[in-house]
Design a protein. Structure first.
Length: 301
């Protein structure tokens, strides 16, 4: 592709000299000779424009093919080196964008625009572009910070910026999350690197907590033993740290009992919902009453 561009530029310099000679000839000609020369000049311009467009199309097609091949090569190389998937998605996104920009510059050069002038124009507009893209530059820097310090990685379940989900990709500007209800959310990396991120996968265990309300007048020791038996029957609940059960609060309409246990990360939601169900069914079997909001009115004589 570069050889094709160099050949095109060499032909352009020869054509410029020929055009100057034709312009001088037209200036010295008269009548029909001048009209004939102008017609030939226009036809020649059309042919050259067609050649440039054809070359630009060829450069574009070849460039897209090379970009596709390079992307596949880089993907295979990263897979072979067993690079972390978070870094892998970032590098692939960065390489693809860089190669696409180079292809655009090559196509512009094939159309006859001086690439040096084009680069100078980009440089002169760099300040304005930098100001306009300051947010994206911040996101790019944020992506590098995320990859460097690894507050999360692809596959982690995180919570940030008011949303939670599984990290699917870390791109150069955004982190992509898939929520529990299968929505895809793009969060700017700048916010991820400077904001609060809760990562639920960095630790192997999590604590599960239930707060259960019972009626005033119920035997607390009886309720505590029932809850303890329910927890002991579930093999997914860890023995260390030991389950914790206590009287949590004397609320307006209920006595609240708190139970806390530790489980492996993957068992969190299963244990939470299953124990909820077991507490409800067992309390009904044992005659433990659940409270409901009450209002006592005293009427004077």
């Amino acid at each position: 592709m570069l050889l094709l561009l160099q050949a095109t530029q060499a032909a352009d310099s020869v054509q410029v000299a020929a055009d100057k000679l034709i312009v001088q000839t037209i200036a010295n000609a008269e009548g029909l000779d001048k009209l004939s020369l102008i017609t030939k000049q226009l036809v020649g311009f059309g042919i050259r424009a067609g050649e440039r467009i054809l070359i630009a199309v060829i450069v574009f097609i070849i460039g897209r093919f090379l970009i596709s091949m390079l992307n596949k090569f880089i993907r295979r190389l990263l897979d072979r080196r067993k690079v972390d998937i978070s870094i892998k998605t970032f590098i692939k996104s960065l390489v693809n964008i860089t190669l696409t920009i180079l292809l655009i510059i090559s196509v512009v050069g094939a159309l006859g625009v001086e690439t040096t002038s084009f680069a100078a124009l980009l440089a002169s507009a760099g300040v304005a572009v930098g100001m306009a893209l300051s947010g994206n530059l911040q996101n790019f820097a944020g992506g590098l910070i995320v990859l460097l310090f690894k507050p999360y990685k692809v596959g982690d379940w995180i919570e940030s910026q008011g949303v939670s989900g599984t990290v699917k990709e870390i791109q150069i500007f955004h982190t992509i999350l898939a929520t529990g209800d299968n929505k895809v959310i793009y969060i700017p990396n700048g916010a991820m690197s400077s904001g609060v991120v809760t990562n639920y996968n960095t630790q192997t265990t999590r604590r599960v907590e239930w707060i259960v309300g019972i009626d005033y007048g119920e035997d607390y020791n009886k309720v505590e033993q029932i809850v303890r038996d329910i927890l002991a029957a579930d093999s997914r609940i860890l023995n260390e740290p030991a389950p914790f059960i206590a009287l949590h609060a004397l609320d307006a309409s209920s006595v609240n009992v708190v139970a806390r246990v530790w489980v492996n990360n993957g068992d969190y939601w299963g244990v939470y919902f299953d124990i909820n169900k077991a507490i409800y069914e067992t309390f009904n079997e044992k005659g433990v009453n659940f409270p409901f909001p009450q209002l006592t009115v005293h009427q004077g004589n």
